[in-house]
Design a protein around this ligand. Structure first.
Ligand SMILES: NC(=O)c1ccc[n+]([C@@H]2O[C@H](COP(=O)([O-])OP(=O)(O)OC[C@H]3O[C@@H](n4cnc5c(N)ncnc54)[C@H](OP(=O)(O)O)[C@@H]3O)[C@@H](O)[C@H]2O)c1
Length: 287
């Protein structure tokens, strides 16, 4: 039997669309019916759509709750970090607690690095991509302090190739992802009883990806238009499926980075066609 088929408490941030919705649905398929899955993002409508899909396609009795929060707002983060753990009943009823940090934004790609003079705007970006996940992780580990001998705790955080590969106008995005990756590597050392996975979903057909076409820099906008036709452009379900496979097999070391393309056995690094001749960039070249 799958190790995921147990009563589970799950939080998925950014579950109103894109990869987060895919992860929420795929996780709902895997966990035990006596589970609680909490979906959070700004759009209540998007969250409800995800919850409706879970009820319709997976299990109408599964407890899927929607919690609206704006992770770019300090007060909203503090409020939601409390609200997410209210009315969840005794934590001892869960055998697995899983937190998925998926919410994210590319930041203002209409500016070059030298134009980032607005401190408020920079801080807002870091609230979503860095500060909110750190604070939510703390609230999660407080709520699920080794409650019972059988309780497993898992944290998944979504990273990007941009964390290690610089691309023009993805300054804040790449930096926040890099900082976050390191934060969770430190936590993996400090918390050996918590399983931490950094997960790179690959190139995925979502709003975030489409927005790259509007970069101020033509290198990035051309690359973003070029890649989907010539590379392995994934649907949001594919990285979600591959993530479930990774969690079920449970072979990764805590703190490790797993890339979706590796799980799917796609050799992107060997594919020379991904080179974009116009922008003279190769997003997926070896780092
Ligand atoms: N797509 C790719 O090719 C790709 C590649 C590498 C990594 N990733 C990573 O995968 C994750 C998901 O990205 P995606 O491509 O699925 O993007 P997406 O379709 O744009 O979805 C982003 C999610 O984050 C939520 N979100 C954005 N701003 C928020 C805020 N201020 N407060 C709360 N929630 C907020 C959005 O919900 P609301 O708008 O409803 O708030 C949405 O659910 C991100 O961490 C991204 O960095 C994506």
């Amino acid at each position: 039997m799958s190790i995921l088929k147990v009563p589970t408490f799950a939080i998925i941030t950014g579950a109103s669309r894109g990869i987060g919705r895919g992860i929420a649905i795929q996780l709902a398929r895997k966990i035990h019916p006596d589970s609680l899955i909490i979906l959070t993002a700004r759009s209540l409508q998007g969250l409800k759509e995800t919850a409706d899909i879970i009820k319709r396609d997976v299990d109408e009795k599964l407890d899927a709750r929607c919690v609206v929060a704006d992770m770019s707002d300090e007060k909203s983060i503090t409020k939601v970090n409390k609200a997410l753990f209210e009315n969840i009943g005794p934590v001892s009823r869960f055998d697995h607690a899983i937190l998925v940090h998926n919410a994210g934004t590319s930041g203002d790609i209409g500016k070059y690095a030298r134009e980032l003079s607005d401190i408020h705007e920079i801080q807002k970006h870091y609230l979503i991509n860095l500060t909110a996940p750190i604070a939510l992780t703390s609230a999660f580990l407080k709520a699920f302090e080794k409650a019972s001998a059988r309780l497993r705790r898992t944290i998944v955080q979504l990273t990007s190739l941009s964390a290690t590969f610089p691309q023009k106008t993805l300054h804040l995005y790449g930096m926040s992802k890099a900082a976050r990756d390191l934060f969770f590597r430190v936590m993996a050392l400090e918390e050996p009883e918590v399983k931490i996975l950094t997960y790179d979903p690959g190139l995925v057909d979502t709003d975030l990806y489409s927005s790259l076409q509007h970069s101020k820099d033509s290198d990035l906008s051309e690359l973003a238009q070029y890649l989907p036709e010539r590379s392995y452009f994934l649907s949001p379900e594919q990285p979600a499926d591959a993530l479930m496979k990774t969690l079920e097999e449970d072979k990764y070391e805590s703190g490790a980075t797993v890339r979706c393309y590796e799980v799917l056995n796609i050799d992107v690094l060997g594919n020379k066609e991904i080179f974009c001749p116009r922008s003279r960039l190769c997003l997926l070249s070896p780092l």
